[in-house]
Design a protein around this ligand. Structure first.
Ligand SMILES: [Cu+2]
Length: 178
């Protein structure tokens, strides 16, 4: 009985360890594309850090990113987004290779029920982070064009208020967001 409970408890961690490895592979691939310097350790949640650079300068950091696996038509993506720049900014739109539409959503409790609504932009002050996690802010993928299988990657393009546009990839798999 106790052993069973322990195994159930450990399952998300095992899934995360698996995800970290595939994410690391993806980051190594992305590093080659963007020329992003890899100063992160090779293990642990930090290994999922993605640097978004402009003219060689670190502008944003994406950490602990993951997309929920599904065979349905909708999914959600979660990550921590940090504004490393000198100016306040805001995430204003997203697109993906695997969904017809991508929206910024927030989940809220209303009359004891969980509902979600779209927000037009996600402001992030200079030096601040936005936490996108289950039960709160999230990126909604609507009209999936393919099933999202664990271990695969999803391409995203993010546009910010000042016109800066970045491409990045997030791994499909359930991670334990801290
Ligand atoms: Cu949503």
């Amino acid at each position: 009985m106790m052993r069973q409970v322990l195994e159930t408890f450990m399952q998300p961690f095992a899934a995360f360890a698996k995800l970290s490895l595939s994410a690391l592979t993806a980051i190594l691939a992305l590093t080659l594309i963007t020329g992003c310097s890899s100063e992160q350790p090779e293990t642990g949640p930090d290994s999922t850090a993605i640097h978004l650079k402009l003219n060689g300068e670190d502008k944003f950091l994406i950490e602990n990113g993951w997309v929920r696996p599904t065979t349905g038509k909708m999914s959600a993506a979660y990550f921590t987004l940090t504004n490393l720049g000198q100016d306040d900014n805001a995430l204003v739109s997203l697109s993906s290779d695997k969904a017809k539409a991508v929206e910024i959503h927030i989940s809220e409790m209303q009359d004891g029920k969980s509902t979600m609504r779209q927000i037009q932009q996600l402001p992030i002050s200079a030096g601040e982070s936005a936490l996108l996690a289950p039960g709160g802010l999230h990126i909604m993928l609507i009209g999936l064009t393919t099933p999202l299988a664990e271990g695969e990657m999803v391409d995203f393009t993010a546009v910010f208020e000042n016109g800066e546009t970045y491409r990045f990839q997030l791994p499909i798999g359930v991670a334990s967001t801290p």
